[in-house]
Design a protein around this ligand. Sequence first.
Ligand code: ATP
Length: 280
Amino acid sequence: MNNQAAYAQQQDTSNAVVTVSGLTKAYAGGKTVLQDVALSISPRECLGIVGESGSGKSTLARCILTLDPFDQGELRLDGQSIRGLKRSELKRIRSRLGAVFQHPSAALNPRLTILQSLLEPLDQLKYYVPSFMAGKSSERRDTAEHLLEMVKLPASYLDKFPHQLSGGEKQRVTIARAISTEPDFIVLDEPTASLDVTTQATILNLLKDLQDELGLAYLFISHDLAAVHFMSDRIMVMKEGSVLEHFPKEALFHSDRHPYTQSLLEVFSTCCLPTEPILL
Ligand SMILES: Nc1ncnc2c1ncn2[C@@H]1O[C@H](COP(=O)(O)OP(=O)(O)OP(=O)(O)O)[C@@H](O)[C@H]1O
């Protein structure tokens, strides 16, 4: 057994919020984009995924979010296999998942106020009262105000439209929306890639604080190796749809890393990392 297989086998998957095994997918008429992918994510844990463009990171995220079908393998969310689930069961499971993507402008309907956008997911769960509002007001506006407070935006933003917010503020709104239904697990697919460096750091810190406060598990996808190192407990490297290696984050800079991982580090340090591996 190689180190990689031994490390994967050490993961305790008994209470994992997400478990993927043997996941394989090809787009219609195209080549295989995911090949025998396996991973698990425990409660309160962050798994970082890195790999060059086109290596299948976002496709994997979409499969885990049940937004894309896959051809082979198994996906378990909160211990339950999604295979053969009824629509109502899938809807309930989906409400336990959150997602934050690269472009907040694309994620927010320009014609809706921040109040309307924020409450879209909760509106779909008709009788659900989030625990953070238990014993408090059941007014929608109060719930939305509380969500904005959690991402450090003032209540006055509720009546604004997305074009009146900066990129970082819009991303805070999408984060507030992602946590509104109290998911256990959130996919963060390049959540800071469209933001300037200072805003990137504040958003990453916010995501870390929310993870601690709410006990969230994350799947964090990024080309920014410093950000992945900062956010993640474990790191998985993907190449051409397969998992190349998988290690605790402390081992990112070890000399026995796969040559491909070392080449990612080299490219990153040349373009983005002049002195220190961690910017935050
Ligand atoms: N809807 C689609 N139809 C067909 N092929 C697709 C589709 N979406 C992605 N692909 C292909 O699947 C492969 C993996 O794409 P994916 O977006 O998952 O990679 P990625 O690692 O997330 O890339 P990036 O870092 O650039 O976001 C690529 O070859 C891409 O062209």
